[in-house]
Design a protein around this ligand. Structure first.
Ligand code: SAM
Length: 352
């Protein structure tokens, strides 16, 4: 069986690795029928690694030109919701990119979707932003659920909490991944030969060394906004911009682009074709691959068995109801009379 998927806001393909990995472990084939990213460097890296040329601005692609697909994947831009953004949410033009997802779901009606964004989305505007997103998705006929997952629980030495939103076009058993995978030691991810350019100045190193006791195992030193420095055997969430200055391996050097990619769970087979600063930005913008892979793996149980999914779920060898979510919640219509903040109308809801 082959699953066709689209990779929206594809960046450098974190979701694609996750999709392909999850499908492989379910003995399913995949075909990416459309990828999209507006950024020329991301397009270049994606093409080099996956052989596909992502289309540019998704706002310019009519749904009619998007091939049919089973699963829609989208790590939509997070600036409007994140702590580094304006906190304006949907009022910020970039926030409205979520409505591009809604438009495509409405036009193409894929069986499932997985969306990813920053944790802050959950609490943004007292939860109203997320409620609105869920309302729109449910109004489009999807059974929807969300959960915040931390990369630290999926084997990566990175404390990165992200919200995942999943949707199914019909009721089905879906269990959020709950088995915790022990964190890899940093020493397994760090490169051995580090070019000089990654080392912080003598002044910064001495200043840091005066603040933290050295450890025998490698640590990443985090400097917070108020200048306090702490050392952990993991990294805090990589970000597109700021990580470079505030995360120092053993208090002395910055992470290399390859190390940042490893912290997101990218395989070393990923070819780096952009310069250091672009690759750092891409890695910081990407998603923790094993987390997305675990979520998609669970979804594929439903995909693979269709209506028999409930039975398949019960028959799984080691079923645990811990964290299980049954996606039957469906409320709120989003139709003819409802206008999005950006004034673009989403048409009649799909009948349930
Ligand atoms: C949070 S990143 C997603 C990264 C991706 N999940 C990955 O694994 O690398 C959001 C991406 O959306 C892209 N983007 C922003 N506006 C866009 C638009 N109008 N059309 C297509 N892509 C867009 C950005 O260039 C960025 O790469």
């Amino acid at each position: 069986m082959k699953i066709r998927f689209i990779d929206l806001f594809c960046g450098i393909g974190g979701f694609r690795y996750a999709m392909e990995g999850a499908a492989k472990s379910n003995n399913l084939e995949t075909e990416c029928v459309l990828s999209s990213d507006i950024d020329a460097d991301c397009q270049k890296a994606y093409k080099e690694n996956f052989g596909d040329d992502p289309v540019g601005d998704i706002q310019k692609i009519p749904s009619g030109l998007i091939p049919d697909h089973d699963i829609l994947l989208a790590g939509f831009p997070c600036q409007p919701f994140s702590i580094i953004g304006s906190r304006k949410g949907f009022e910020d033009a970039r926030g409205t990119l979520f409505f591009e997802i809604a438009r495509i779901l409405e036009g193409k009606k894929p069986k499932m979707f997985v969306l990813e964004n920053v944790k802050l989305l959950a609490g943004h505007n007292n939860g109203k932003t997320l409620s609105r997103i869920l309302e729109v998705l449910r109004g489009l006929g999807y059974f929807v659920d969300f959960k915040i997952l931390n990369a630290l629980d999926f084997g990566l030495p990175q404390r990165r909490e992200r919200i995942f939103i999943v949707g199914l076009r019909g009721p089905g058993n879906f269990s959020w991944p709950h088995e915790k995978i022990p964190m890899k030691a940093l020493s397994q991810l760090l490169e051995k030969k580090i070019p000089k350019k990654f080392f912080a100045s003598k002044y910064i190193r001495e200043k840091r060394n005066a603040m933290v006791e050295p450890t025998s195992e490698p640590t990443i030193w985090h400097e917070n906004k108020s200048g306090h420095v702490s050392a952990y055997p993991y990294s805090c969430a990589l970000r597109a911009g700021a990580s470079y200055n505030y995360l120092l391996v053993n208090g002395e050097r910055r992470l290399t682009p390859r190390e940042m990619l490893r912290l997101q769970g990218f395989p070393d087979a990923f070819r780096i074709v952009c310069n250091d600063s672009q690759t750092r930005k891409q890695a910081g913008n990407s998603l923790p691959v094993p987390v997305a892979e675990a979520v998609i793996k669970e979804l594929l149980v439903t995909f693979k068995f269709g209506v028999a999914a409930n039975q398949a779920f019960k028959n799984r060898t080691n079923p645990s109801l811990n964290g299980q979510m049954i996606l039957f919640e469906k409320s709120g219509r989003y139709g003819k009379n409802t206008k999005a903040k950006n004034r673009r109308k989403i048409q009649t809801p799909i009948p349930a």
